[in-house]
Each structure stands twice: as C-alpha cells, then as structure tokens.
Design a protein around this ligand. Structure first.
Ligand SMILES: [Zn+2]
Length: 369
C-alpha cells in the first residue's frame, strides 16, 4: 500500500503505519487545545489515544494469530487514523474458521478490559461518570485505566455491528454460510449491511454527525465490494480451465529462428509463444522480454531454443480458474500453457480470464441471488 512505512515487526508480521496516522497527534493536540484544555491535558489525551491504538493493534493480532492456526498467513498490518487493518492472504472459507478468526479480534479487547477490571475495586467507574467537566478526565493519569476499559468495550461494540468490513459483518456471513452456503450467505449479509449503512447515514444527518454519515457511506460501498469479490471467486472456482482455454495458440519449435518469431510478433498474430521440441514436449515461453533481448543483441538468426524462459508451472484442463489464475500470477506471466498428458494443448491468459468474468457479469448476471 502506498504511503506506508514499517515501524516494527510483531510475530514475524510487519507492522506499518500510513502517513495519515500522523494527522492523529496533530488532531488530538489541536482539538484539545481548541476545547480549552491546557497543554498538560492535551499531552495526556494524546497518550490515551496512542495506548488505544496499541489495543487496536493487539486486536488485529487476535485475527492474525487465529488465522495462522488455520494455515492462513498475513501480509502486514497497517495502522490508519480510522483503525487497524490486518491484510490476511485470504479469509478461511470454512464458516467455523471464519467465525473463529472474526471473533478473535474483539475477544482480545474483551480480555484487555477484563484484565484491567480488578482495578475498578479501588478506582470505581462511578467517580469517572460523576465528573462534570469532561476536560478534567484528561488532566492526568488518574482515569487512564478506567478510560482504557471503556474504550476497549466501545471498540468491541463497534466491531460487532453486523456490516462489512467490520468483524460483525464477517461473523454474520459465517453464520449465514452454515445455512445458505458462502455465496448466498455473503449476499444476505451484504444486504443487511447496506440497510444498516443507510440507517447510519440517516442517523448521521438527523444528529448532524458527519462521522456517522461517512461511516454509513463506507459500509455501503464495502458491502458491495465484498459481495462482488465472493461472487467472482465462486465463478472462478466453478469454471474449468477447458471452458476458457485458447486452443489456437502459437507454438514455435526450439529450432525456429528468432526472426520468424519476430515476424509473428510484429504482425500481432501473437505476443507470447510456447516453445516445444520436435516431439511436442513443452520447453518454455517466449514473450516480449525475450524477443527484445534477441532484437537488441541483433541475434535474430539464433534459435528460439536459445532465448525461451523455462516455465515454473503448467496448467491442466480439469483444474479450476481460481487455481489457474493464481498460478499465472505467481509465475508472473501473462499466460501459461495447458498440458494434457505431456503435450501442450492450449494456453490460458489473464486477459481471457478477465474477459470471461466481464462476460459472466454482463450476460449471465451472477450478481443475482
Ligand atoms: Zn477486527
């Protein structure tokens, strides 16, 4: 993600902050001085906020460590002024596992609040609630733990709102998936999220609280994105490579001169070529990069066998598009050849997968329930 930099590593996961995170101290100090607090109180207010963000970070690690239990890795955690975001490689698909991963985050905050709560015997919450001047709260460390308990509970409450991308939305989806399957479960959860979003937006206007209205818009957009991603995934998983494969791809032999490859390339017949032996054994691929190399070296008399790049992987006809797409991406190629037995029978490109998905969306309408 642009504009982020790493500040630490926890449990082998990079912890990054987005530059906008620095607006937070500025806002904290600015708003407290604006509200008539003195510099001392402003400093404490900032300390409260940073401690709260540490709790948010621990919350994210609740998700991360639970996902790790199910074999799902995490790219990084990014802290922004509106919260933390653990970027898991994927969400576990089994509803029970997704439920466990979603619950683990808020559970961390419940545990933090529970661990701090014995202090309430000595410093009762009623003292805090009886305060008349709000500014006094931040006058020093005397209310620190009590505020932290409240803040962690508010965090739990907020995250339990059953709307994407909040944890509550994922819990709802996981719950619905038990009964309706993942795709319909997501569809229903997205509709519920959208209704809540409209409600939040309306409430924001009614109370003239712009932050509510903004969260409403955000939740609404995220509900649609989440559903589209799942519907896409569903189509990819249920389509075989054989349905989308390109069977008239361009083959060249390892004994074909590069000048011949260039001729095909320059006329736009193909941009990628599968290099095979005389016995039709696949060797690798030639694409723009290799053709450029031969061109620059003025080595067009050389044979394709000299310039091809061996392939890390091949696709097969019966595999599904989701696996095929991730293999193509991992190989960092625009396409990969498809094997049937040990013979190359076709090619599949990222471009044709994209076309197929657009076709499905437009003509078959997989957005329908
Ligand atoms: Zn969470």
């Amino acid at each position: 993600m642009k504009g982020t930099f790493q500040i630490a590593t926890m449990f082998e996961i990079p912890v990054k902050i987005h530059w906008s995170f620095f607006l937070l101290p500025a806002w904290a100090v600015g708003s407290s001085v604006y509200n008539g607090m003195d510099w001392n109180a402003a400093g404490w207010f900032l300390a409260y906020i940073l401690t709260l963000f540490f709790c948010v970070l621990l919350h994210e690690f609740g998700h991360i460590l639970m996902a790790r239990k199910f074999g799902v890795g995490t790219q990084d955690v990014i802290l922004t002024p509106i919260g933390g975001m653990a970027r898991l490689h994927r969400m576990p698909e089994k509803p029970r596992n997704e439920l466990a991963v979603s619950v683990a985050g808020p559970l961390v905050n419940v545990v933090i609040a529970a661990l701090l709560s014995p202090s309430l015997l000595y410093f009762p919450m009623s003292d805090l609630l009886a305060l008349e001047d709000v500014n006094l709260i931040f006058d020093g460390p005397q209310y620190f733990i009590r505020i932290l308990i409240i803040a962690n509970l508010v965090l739990v409450g907020f995250n339990l709102i059953p709307a994407f991308p909040l944890d509550g939305g994922r819990m709802l989806r996981a719950g619905l998936s038990f009964k309706f399957g993942r795709r319909r479960g997501t569809r229903i959860a997205a509709i519920i999220g959208k209704i809540l979003a409209v409600g939040l937006f309306g409430l924001g206007i009614y109370l003239s609280a712009p932050s509510f209205a903004l969260i409403g818009v955000f939740v609404f957009v995220m509900a649609s994105i989440e559903y589209k991603a799942i519907a896409n995934e569903d189509v990819l998983k249920n389509t075989k490579v054989s349905e989308v494969a390109n069977f008239d791809f361009t083959k060249v032999y390892d004994t074909t001169p590069m000048s011949e490859v260039l001729r095909h390339y320059s006329t736009g017949i193909a941009t990628d070529f599968v290099v095979i032996t005389a016995e039709h054994q696949p060797l690798g691929m030639l694409s723009q990069k290799e053709i450029n190399l031969a061109l620059r070296a003025d080595d067009l008399e050389a044979l394709a066998g000299k310039y091809f790049t061996p392939l890390p992987s091949y696709l097969w006809l019966s595999m599904n598009l989701a696996d095929a797409e991730s293999m193509i991406k991992r190989a960092k190629k625009s396409q990969l050849p498809i094997l049937d037995g040990d013979e190359v029978v076709g090619c599949l490109s990222q471009e044709s997968i994209k076309h197929y998905m657009i076709f499905k969306r437009r003509w078959v309408g997989f957005g329908k329930l």
